[in-house]
Design a protein around this ligand. Structure first.
Ligand SMILES: Nc1ncnc2c1ncn2[C@@H]1O[C@H](COP(=O)(O)OP(=O)(O)OP(=O)(O)O)[C@@H](O)[C@H]1O
Length: 254
């Protein structure tokens, strides 16, 4: 039986008349850490957004956690999901963006517990316990009553990771989680992500941190012009890239 958490077959996506994903085939198995690299505009964020139901694909098929994105299957028939159903499916996927997007009027703890209580309707006591454990895990137990504006960018990003994990997702997506941070704050966020990878979380990470990709990724996928042109171990893709576009990209970011 397949352990695929994500399976994309010929996935296409267009913004208006511009096609930015041109037939992406990708499988991510349970516990795998896949780093997605590629030039600006190659479609990395769009692919993550499709996986998280934030964009509708215009061709191909996409499954997340065994479910076809956007549809519910009954017998041989497919039915479009309602907004409420999409919301529940999205809870399976934690997403961390470049900008932390925390609710500014809520404390750190309130940021963590809001969605699990409201969307998943988990009992507040259990969610509070989970939130405290997660804050400990990201090294911020002492900041539970602080407001986002009182934290550094790196601390806010660690809260954003803890908030995503508080939904108990099956998959975590990271979209350049450190690129808005001052260089001295990047290490702590990457350490949290390393810990998460070690714990067996399935992760897709869009990153320009090539060192992180080399150390942590089970696989590195190079996307260029809306197509995957290289997909292999970190050793294969980063150390001995075969495709000229991968070679050029890596030479430019190193
Ligand atoms: N909402 C949108 N409407 C129209 N075009 C968009 C939209 N979002 C992205 N695009 C375009 O789609 C293409 C792919 O964008 P995307 O953000 O997925 O690339 P990326 O590889 O993540 O780039 P970067 O590394 O710069 O974040 C780009 O040409 C971008 O301008």
């Amino acid at each position: 039986m397949s352990t695929a958490v994500v399976r994309a077959v010929g996935v296409r996506h267009s913004y208006g008349r511009t096609e930015v994903l041109k037939g992406v085939d990708l499988q991510v198995d349970a516990g795998e850490v896949v780093c997605l690299i590629g030039p600006s505009g190659s479609g990395k964020s769009t692919l993550l957004r499709c996986i998280n139901h934030l964009e509708t694909i215009s061709g191909g098929s996409l499954w997340v956690g065994g479910h076809m994105v956007g549809y519910r299957q009954k017998g041989n028939k497919l039915y479009e999901l309602s907004d409420k159903e999409i919301c529940r499916r999205r809870a399976d996927v934690g997403m961390v963006f470049q900008q932390f997007n925390l609710f500014p009027h809520m404390t750190v703890l309130q940021n963590l517990i809001e969605a699990p209580c409201r969307v998943l309707r988990h009992p507040k006591g259990a969610v509070l316990e989970r939130a405290q454990e997660l804050l400990e895990r990201v090294g911020l137990s002492d900041k539970r009553d602080a407001y986002p504006a009182q934290l550094s960018g790196g601390q806010q990003q660690r809260v954003a990771i803890a908030r995503a994990l508080c939904m108990q997702p099956k998959l975590m997506l990271f979209d350049e989680p450190t690129s808005a941070l001052d260089p001295e704050l990047v290490g702590d966020v990457l350490d949290v992500m390393r810990g998460l990878a070690k714990s067996g979380m399935t992760m897709i990470v869009v990153t320009h941190e090539i060192g992180f990709a080399r150390d942590v990724a089970d696989r590195v996928v190079f996307l260029d012009g809306g197509r995957i042109v290289e997909d292999g171990s970190a050793e294969q893709v980063i150390t001995t890239p075969q495709h000229i576009r991968t070679q050029e990209f890596l030479a430019a970011v190193r």
